[in-house]
Design a protein around this ligand. Sequence first.
Ligand SMILES: Cc1ncc(COP(=O)(O)O)c(C=O)c1O
Length: 384
Amino acid sequence: MIPLSIPQLEGNEWKYVKDCIDTGWISSAGSYVNQFEQMVADYAGAKYGVACMNGTVGLHIAQILSGVTQDDHVLVPNITFIATLNAVKYTGATPILVDVNADNWQMDLDLLDSYLNENTIGKEIEGIPFSFLKSTGKRVKAIMPVHVLGNMGDMARLVEICEKYHLDIIEDSTEALGSTFNGKHAGTFGKFGVFSFNGNKIISTGGGGVIVTNDKDLADKAKHLTTQAKVSAMDYIHDEIGYNYRLVNVLAAIGVAQMETFPKLLENKRQMDAFYRQELEGVGDIVFQSIDEEVNPNCWLFTFKTSKMRDLLAYLNENGVQSRPFWMPMNQLEMFKEEIYVSTENVSSKIYDTSISIPSSAGITLEQQKTVVETIKEFYKTQE
Ligand SMILES: Cc1ncc(COP(=O)(O)O)c(C=O)c1O
């Protein structure tokens, strides 16, 4: 079976893990943690990085530090992996789901702007301006743009909208290490960006995340909150409810080795994307995710639309090509059915009904890509 997306561990991973074991530094303190978070921050062009156990907890911490509470709303795209919404729910805040564009599958910014324009009212609290949703009276505190599949939307426009409505931007850039908009890296457009190093990501620590920010105070607070909010190196004194969310040294060691090989893996992904686009253009009724001119994506997971999605999915999986459907839109999941869903044409549903992801590991060989393409072509022949 050609796997969907598996890690490529071909550098110093073993050497650095062995070093942790040989020296006994396997837990949450250790030089690899600091090194890894600095490498990720430097790569993204952010000033600070804070390593944590995974992307989900990073999104949770970013919201706490943005002051999101149970009295707030947080805007999220309706097409995302569940973790984005779970992180909102952990804070007790109420999500507002926003539909996505049919072409690039990112949050629909026209829809977002007109919704906020018609449904919010500006009010100052202690001299600070906020937007409040007229129907609930709750503050709309933050937005979590998700760089779906490593692609990006119009970040310049998004920043403009957020300034207009006083929203904090917490980028769910979990899938987007290596992606840029006008040369600026994903995760650096707002207050926080969060990267994931889960097993299926472009590089992996097995499980892991890094929160990036340009604000030293926020970075210090993120480190504090992720390490049980302990105030003294010696005494067990804690000044708030903290979390045991810190990444351990042995996983950060893998992360350091992965960051060393990342430029090469990113190049592989981009070559893979170009190959699939060239070879699958015009095959059956395949439609690719569009990429805006300003965006240089990391090409994380190759996904396309076809009316034959379910049949193709079965065919590929039966014929040695691991494939997956896309995420069920958040508004269709049982626990989020009652949330506000901003949409005119329910584009999310159409994308979900037709999208399929095909093998995209950073280490995928050209031979494997050719097999994937041939199997897809064979499938469409059976449909003629
Ligand atoms: C869009 C999105 N958000 C959040 C996450 C959560 O990251 P993690 O699995 O590291 O918790 C993921 C990936 O798994 C993701 O794809």
